[in-house]
Design a protein around this ligand. Sequence first.
Ligand code: SR1
Ligand code: MG
Length: 419
Amino acid sequence: MSPDKYEPLTIETLADRLGSVEAICKIVGDDTSKWKINEVGDGNLNLVYTVSSNSGNIIVKQALPYVRLVGDSWPLPLSRSFYEHEVLVRQAKRDPGSVPEIYYFNKEQAIIAMEMLLPHVILRKKLIAGDKIDGLAQRLGEFCARTAFRGSDLSLQTADKKSDTAMFQGNLALMAITESLVFTDPYFQAEMNHHTDGLDPVVKILRSDVKMKSEAQRMLMKFTANTETLCHGDLHSGSVMCTDNETKVIDPEFGYYGPMGFDIGMLISNYLMAYFSQPGHRSSETLLEYQNWILEVIIETCAAFQNEFKKLWNSERTGILFPRSMFEDQGDSSEFALNNMLEHIWQDAVAICGIEMHRRVLSLAHNADFEEIDDAKKRSQLEARNLMMGRDLILNNKSIKNASELTDLAKKFNSENYL
Ligand code: SR1
Ligand code: MG
């Protein structure tokens, strides 16, 4: 493939540049005149092309040397493509079938060619449209548990885990985005922040809540210092693709070693934002039923996570943590330690969840769940509920015991009017 020096692909150059890559031709054929190429990227960072022919389809993802959402005034290293590839390889091993198959990777060009998920649709779009997905909760609950457990010192050999952790520290530019956009910017008037008119009274409550801000920064310390497991790092509903009954996880370029509760916390947060935004997307006939379905998904996701984590704890605990030699081999149960671990993961998840609920409304990268509500007054009212619940989760992460308490809280905040 030419050229040697990094160059962004274009619709015009893609066939020429990738037409001799065997792994790609195996899927879409070697007659590049038959390739139909489209640019479909609507994310914040990268170029994404679809390549289709009579023989098959692929996705070609290429990192740009800057943040696409902002432009070349915000440079971003191409190495994120390397880290994304490394995470995808590990996720495929730790939870087979959960991520797209990779056909080709070129580090210099920051290109990953992978399986096109067809007819899958981004989960966020489905949640806005009011679609239900069979097996969604089970699939993502298991994904979060398997990747959390199998990437941690509960499972890996400690030397492997340490060298992997060291390698992923190199993904610092992407971590820096999360450190500022997620954990810090929502809580002061950062340059790139924006929020819906009318939200100011609620924003003031959050930004003057010293206890809450301290808790958010405590979580940032965990984000940056607790290398518990390899996290996806950006598991929102735009990083999940579904059919009516199949779910896959994509886009782990923010992969890093962090708290085991990070991914599931971010996922729950995105369900809650889908929940609070629903009155902006459907009429009262279907509203309640669909909102309740989302809350059920949260409860089932957490149950699937816990069940799978317990299963792995009992069958795959091969790392340095809580060795069987200290418990089962002496005839002692390790259940107490397991329950402590699950409690600690849950508390982190609850706090992360609240923080993510704030950043998607106050910081730079908002989400379509709220953004697609044209009526700004309505949008601000729904966002206010979401912000206030986020605050509650951050402040009370240690006292909200389980997913059903959390969903009960969601119902409570959903009936309040803050503006
Ligand atoms: C500048 S990147 C903004 C956001 O987009 C990504 O999907 C991550 O969520 C990041 O925080
Ligand atoms: Mg992404």
